[in-house]
Design a protein around this ligand. Structure first.
Ligand SMILES: Nc1ncnc2c1ncn2[C@@H]1O[C@H](COP(=O)(O)OP(=O)(O)OP(=O)(O)O)[C@@H](O)[C@H]1O
Ligand SMILES: [Mg+2]
Length: 368
């Protein structure tokens, strides 16, 4: 086929080549062109394939690999502008401290989807890439936060219809009586369709040592859905690395359905300080000069104490420090002191030093 002969025809918002095939027309039944898409079918196609542009010159081409001239150019700028991928990646870089390899991996997945969309725009179809993922790391290392962003990227690139995140754990999936588990699991999957199903501590679903555990049923349904409904659902399993490795070796067929394994390392003290700085700024607070060193001391102690949870511990610290700051100001106001904006935004060293973390040993294992 001579692509140039039909050049200049309208490009559609919907990729008809892809859409018509998916809607039942294969292009191999002898007709030169696919049936026109009605408004309903167009809407359906747009829902399923996103807003990627299509080059209509090639609609109906039976073998694009052979028939489309190799020098045919594709409009990558249109796809990038439409999906605003760069903006989402830049937001990720800006909002999240460290996580270099995680960000790199997100960028690779985004690239794969952009190129996939460009290929589809000229009828070069291939199977949709499998995008189920496994996020491993200790608590508070950013797994849920990145999963949310991932949903947004997958939506912008037309991989999923909605891009929302449904976050669940064993109790949301596994029932307690015979016959409860399958409907429970299917209900969760239904809610997650068109977005990301995020399964926290996924290894708790399945207990190998208990043959009568209902979790087995959930695993079977998940395996089936991960294989057969992957065009509109991305499953992300998250948890500790060691437990996750064991889970994958206990459940045959699971690791082959997961395409990306991303490890979230613990943050260094400097990175946690930067996380705190950004959280303070987002909440419109600042540290007094002497509060900076108080925070460093707090962090050093807190990291060594039980249940330290990276970014989550920093967030919890901020919640509690705001409380102590508020109490200090409230008491000052009750004593007749006039408060200024400076008072309202400044966290003082004493707000930090009143933490139980500085009184080691006397408060059990729950620092505050
Ligand atoms: N790299 C980061 N930059 C900025 N904030 C971060 C970063 N990582 C984590 N946080 C913050 O730390 C908190 C906990 O993060 P998140 O819930 O994503 O961690 P998680 O790995 O899902 O933890 P858990 O395993 O406990 O569920 C959130 O408030 C998040 O905004
Ligand atoms: Mg989480």
């Amino acid at each position: 086929m001579d692509g140039d002969a039909t050049a200049g025809r309208l490009a559609s918002e919907v990729p008809p080549a892809t859409a018509t095939k998916a809607l039942g027309w294969s292009g191999r039944d002898g007709r030169a062109t696919p049936p026109a898409l009605g408004p309903g079918a167009r809407e359906d196609a747009s829902r399923r394939f996103g807003r990627g542009r299509v080059d209509e010159r090639f609609v109906g081409t039976t073998d694009p690999l052979r028939d489309i001239p190799d020098h045919t150019e594709v409009d990558h700028e249109a796809v990038l502008a439409d999906a605003k991928v760069e903006a989402v990646l830049a937001d990720l870089d800006r909002d999240l401290v460290a996580l270099r390899t995680v960000k790199q991996c997100v960028r690779e997945i985004a690239s794969l989807l952009v190129i996939d969309q460009l290929r589809r725009s000229i009828g070069l179809e291939s199977d949709r890439p499998t995008l189920h993922m496994c996020f491993t790391g200790n608590p508070g290392t950013g797994k849920t936060t990145v999963a949310k962003r991932m949903g947004e990227i997958l939506f912008r690139l037309g991989y999923v219809r909605k891009g929302h995140l449904v976050s669940v754990s064993r109790d949301d999936l596994v029932g307690q009586y015979v016959g409860h588990t399958a409907p429970k699991t299917r209900e969760v999957i239904k809610r997650a369709m068109g977005g990301v199903l995020f399964i926290d501590e996924a290894y708790h679903i399945y207990r190998l040592d208990n043959e009568r555990d209902y979790g087995q049923e959930t695993v079977e349904i998940l395996l089936e859905v991960m294989e057969n409904q992957r065009e509109d659902l991305v499953v992300i399993m998250a948890g500790y690395k060691k437990e996750m490795d064991r889970f994958f070796s206990d459940v045959p067929g699971l690791s082959s359905r997961v395409a990306h394994y991303i490890d979230f390392p613990d943050y260094s003290a400097e990175e946690l300080t930067e996380i705190a700085r950004r959280m303070l700024q987002q909440q419109r607070y600042r540290l007094a000069d002497d509060a900076e060193s108080a925070f460093q001391e707090y962090l050093e102690l807190r990291i060594k104490q039980p249940r330290f949870a990276n970014g989550r511990s920093v967030r919890n610290w901020l919640d509690r420090v705001r409380m102590r700051h508020a109490m200090r100001l409230f008491e000052a106001a009750s004593e007749g002191r006039r408060l200024t904006k400076r008072d309202l935004v400044t966290i003082a060293a004493e707000d930090i030093r009143k933490s139980r973390v500085f009184q080691a040993g006397s408060w059990g294992d729950v620092p505050c």
